[in-house]
Design a protein around this ligand. Structure first.
Ligand SMILES: [Zn+2]
Length: 365
């Protein structure tokens, strides 16, 4: 993984490189922030950069033997600890490397399904922590540093106590990198000893640039998709992977039906909607949320600040005539609740039909 493979986050990349240039690399770093923000990718790029023995400036050289090994995630001085089921991290290292070779931005659910864990309680076991401590007892093999990356570090739970001593009295030239979505679940004693890098979600621009660089071909509207993804690369990728769906069309059509309030047509819509995948149902409401947020913004911001396509924007202006601040916030509440209910496996046909009636009332009265 190279820094240049990661979209955006330019100032963070510079910050990491300057830690190296100024010889200010701490012994424990925590990469945090919402899922899908590229934090594991940044951690891996930084670890690879540090191990590079070639000519490196803004990125690893990509040519030396060390780069060759970090590309394949087989460098002996980069250790990995991650959630597993039953066995230790080491026992799943082959699956882990395969996963990383496919994409370095994935959710724990994707990892669980890729590794074939049955059930959903993958965690970082005591034995995986012992493996990590053993790793740091060994001397460096060939690397510039002895590095270990802990992915989903929040799953360490109380096992985290076992690495406290490692952080307090680190072996020479060692670096422990923790990667976590939710720092609230990490022991405060560990948090206080880590240098924390808070990584924001990707911007729309980052996601669109990535799609352009990778020559992503789709009939879907990329701006529409990046709005729904809300800065998560994982969500953006999922949206690109699925069948092309025009959420704008789907949503607008629904609003029209809601406004007209013909119950037969609304029942038909609910019937069709319930046949789409759960993800698409969620994305539908997320799209609606983004659309409404931008409608609210359009009351006080100029066109250039409203990230909607021209077609979306013009339709939004027409719909806006039926709305006011209070009505929009009521609709936002309905959509937020529906996203939660979909996650809780609500009956979709009933959910969308009830929502249609609610939106009808909001639009008409
Ligand atoms: Zn190199």
């Amino acid at each position: 993984m190279k820094f240049s493979d990661i979209p955006g986050h330019e100032s963070l990349k510079k910050e990491l490189i300057s830690l190296y240039e100024n010889d200010r690399i701490p012994h424990a770093l925590l990469f945090s922030g919402p899922q899908g923000n590229g934090k594991l990718a940044l951690a891996l790029a930084f670890a690879s950069f540090l191990q590079c023995k070639g000519d490196k400036k803004d990125d690893k050289c990509g040519k030396c033997m060390a780069c060759n090994k970090t590309d394949k995630y087989i460098h002996p001085d980069i250790n990995f600890t991650f959630p597993t089921m039953g066995k230790t991290s080491k026992m799943y290292i082959k699956e882990w490397r395969k996963m990383l070779s496919g994409s370095v931005d994935f959710s724990i659910e994707e990892w669980i399904s890729f590794a074939g864990f049955k059930g959903k309680q993958a965690t970082i076991y005591n034995d995986s922590v012992i493996e990590l401590l053993d790793y740091f007892r060994l001397k460096r093999f060939e690397g510039n540093k002895k590095i270990s990356v802990i992915w989903q570090a929040e799953l360490l739970g109380k096992e985290g106590n076992k690495i406290l001593k490692l952080i307090e009295e680190p072996p020479p030239d060692s670096l422990l990198i923790l990667v976590a979505d939710n720092t609230k679940k990490i022991l405060p004693t560990i948090l206080s000893r880590c240098q924390i890098l808070r990584i924001p979600p990707y911007s729309n621009e980052d996601l669109l640039n990535w799609a352009a660089t990778n020559e992503i071909i789709t009939d879907s509207n990329l701006l529409e998709l990046s709005n729904i993804a809300e800065g998560s690369f994982i969500e953006f990728r999922k949206l690109l992977d699925q069948e092309n769906i025009d959420f704008f069309d789907l949503f607008l059509n629904w609003l029209r039906l809601c406004y007209q309030g013909n119950s037969k047509e609304l029942v038909n819509y609910a019937e069709q909607f319930s046949k789409t995948t759960t993800n698409n149902q969620k994305y539908f409401f997320k799209y609606g949320l983004k659309f409404l947020e931008k409608t609210l913004k359009s009351f006080y911001l100029d066109r250039e600040f409203i990230t909607l396509t021209q077609e979306e924007y013009e339709s939004m202006l027409k719909i806006r005539n039926l709305l006011n601040f209070e009505k929009i916030t009521k609709m936002i509440d309905v959509f937020n609740k529906s996203i939660i209910d979909i996650e809780r496996n609500a009956n979709i046909k009933i959910l969308i039909f009830n929502d249609s009636l609610k939106i009808h009332k909001i639009l008409r009265f």
